[in-house]
Design a protein around this ligand. Structure first.
Ligand SMILES: Cc1cc2nc3c(=O)[nH]c(=O)nc-3n(C[C@H](O)[C@H](O)[C@H](O)COP(=O)(O)OP(=O)(O)OC[C@H]3O[C@@H](n4cnc5c(N)ncnc54)[C@H](O)[C@@H]3O)c2cc1C
Length: 491
């Protein structure tokens, strides 16, 4: 009698699931278990919006497992102890799981495997979280990449579409008798502040929701992705990030789906939209690789010259941070983004870059303060992507935007929200301002503001930073950092 445990973490799906397929191969009984152990991810235990997603994703997965004759066992506590107890109680011989390439989780998983091996359980790990798993993209000298373009070339060279994807099993081995499981509700994942009420209008957590998003993207927008992906006023991106983070769809399923849709390999096709999309998926691979090989970069700057950067943390900075979080900076594209984030749990990539640049460069506030806010409010909060995105925007990351390139949010908005529709959607109080004043209401004529019913400081804030002088100050801070590191280097 073979009994196997399938330890589900961020692989909350039934299709293209190598660990699941291996687990059921010879099993008479399968124990699919989710263990709630947020403290094992410290200091980055999942934030509130992620927990909202997870709650709903677990419900969807349990439903899907039941349809195939199984069900999800819910437990909480130390993963090591829960799995050991489960294995001993139900006399399981095998543990199967999908590798998660984050530093804290890699260590946790090896502790679990040591413990279970001692208890006579054999552990089997599978890669499906990445296009190519297992640290397989290496420079010729064996080191890891620090710059995206050569990484991307190497990824293409290795062949991204190496494996075909598998459908879900038609049925699953049953659970053994007398299984103890907690209720999903008892994990108390839903945040106490119900700000997430509207999220259901935007997202359907779970595998079915992921495939619906993929299908819509393939049918409607992939061909325009290269021109539309930078436009927050359009819906030309896939919005698959949270589904990918929770493993409700695998990147190989997306890449293979893309090939099938365009009738060729996306990296080599004339379909500019498809190849650009694959390139963005490769940024996710790069972020994962970077964090796995530089485990401190969730906290420390990748560029060590920024180790002593004079980030502001005075009382005024705290006040600015709060206004940024609330979408009350008085700079419309920034406030629109922060309100999109609050109301939907997601923000367009272009706007993420703009709000991050304003916070770290114009306001001089530490990128970690921004990263933490995103961590708590994004449904797609992901340690690798978030760390890369913030460090990139702050200028201290791998392959980062040069520090002196400071986004002007007004110019960015004019360029990427050319009709102002994105700003109007999230800031209805400005919606009757004429286009040319919408991007910088503080420059508008009094008569225009009056006509549009806008009272700066009352119905909409005055800008909390002066874009020109704060830019100059940011450049001065950067010059002082450069001088210090040059002096240190020449000693
Ligand atoms: C400051 C900042 C913070 C960010 N934090 C996160 C985060 O916590 N989680 C997260 O998933 N992404 C993060 N990103 C990257 C990017 O903004 C999102 O992945 C993207 O907006 C998700 O929307 P989408 O699925 O429609 O993307 P699409 O444009 O459809 O791209 C498809 C997929 O490719 C990957 N991808 C796209 N762009 C990037 C990128 N720049 N870096 C890494 N992967 C990328 C994502 O997995 C995405 O789902 C951040 C970017 C910045 C600038």
């Amino acid at each position: 009698m073979t009994r196997s445990i399938l330890w589900l973490r961020r692989d909350l799906r039934l299709t293209d699931h190598p660990a699941l397929l291996a687990a059921i191969r010879d099993a008479n009984h399968l124990l699919p278990v989710y263990i709630h152990a947020p403290e094992e991810e410290q200091p980055w235990q999942p934030g509130a919006a992620s927990n909202w997603w997870l709650h709903n994703s677990l419900i969807a997965l349990d439903r899907d497992l039941r349809k195939l004759g199984s069900g999800l066992i819910i437990a909480k506590g130390s993963s090591r102890l829960v799995l050991r107890k489960l294995a001993i109680k139900h006399q399981c011989q095998h543990l199967f799981f999908t590798c998660l390439p984050e530093p804290a989780l890699i260590q946790r998983d090896s502790r679990v495997c040591r413990e279970l091996t001692k208890a006579g359980v054999s552990c089997h790990q599978f890669h499906s979280y990445q296009l190519l798993g297992g640290n397989s993209i290496r420079r010729i000298d064996g080191g890891s990449y620090r710059v995206f373009t050569p990484f991307w070339r190497a990824l293409q060279k290795q062949g991204m579409l190496q494996r075909s994807t598998e459908p879900a099993p038609k049925s699953l081995p049953p659970l053994p008798d007398e299984i103890d499981s907690l209720e999903i509700d008892s994990l108390k994942l839903l945040p106490s502040n119900p700000w997430y009420r509207e999220f259901h209008n935007h997202w359907q957590p779970g595998e079915a929701g992921a495939f619906k998003k993929l299908h819509d993207f393939m049918q409607q927008t992939v061909n325009d992705y290269h021109t539309g992906r930078d436009r927050p006023d359009l819906s030309d991106t896939s919005r698959l990030s949270a589904h990918l983070h929770f493993g409700e769809i695998s990147p190989v399923q997306i890449a293979n789906g893309l090939s099938a849709r365009i009738g060729g390999t996306p990296a080599y096709t004339d379909n500019e939209g498809a190849s650009q999309y694959l390139r963005q998926l490769a940024w996710r691979e790069f972020a994962i690789d970077l964090l796995a090989n530089n485990p401190d970069t969730d906290r420390l700057p990748f560029d060590s010259r920024f180790a002593d950067y004079p980030w502001r943390s005075d009382k005024q900075a705290k006040n600015l941070l709060q206004k940024w979080q609330r979408g009350e900076t008085g700079i419309p594209i920034v406030d629109a983004g922060m309100r999109e984030l609050w109301q939907t749990g997601w923000m367009h990539n272009r706007v993420r870059m703009i709000v991050a640049s304003l916070l770290t460069k114009n306001m001089g506030i530490h990128w970690l303060d921004g990263a933490r806010w995103f961590w708590d409010t994004l449904v797609d909060a992901d340690l690798a992507n978030n760390s890369l995105g913030w460090q990139w925007s702050a200028g201290c990351g791998a392959d980062a935007a040069p520090y002196f390139r400071i986004f002007n949010p007004v110019r960015q908005a004019e360029r990427f929200d050319p009709n102002g529709n994105y700003i109007k959607r999230w800031l209805p109080e400005l919606s009757t301002l004429p286009s040319k004043s919408l991007y910088a209401p503080w420059m508008a004529k009094t008569s225009e503001l009056f006509k549009a019913g806008v009272q700066l400081g009352k119905t909409y804030p005055e800008p909390i930073v002066d874009l020109q002088s704060s830019r100059r100050e940011a450049l001065q801070r950067w010059e002082s950092v450069k001088r210090r590191s040059n002096t240190a280097g020449s000693k």
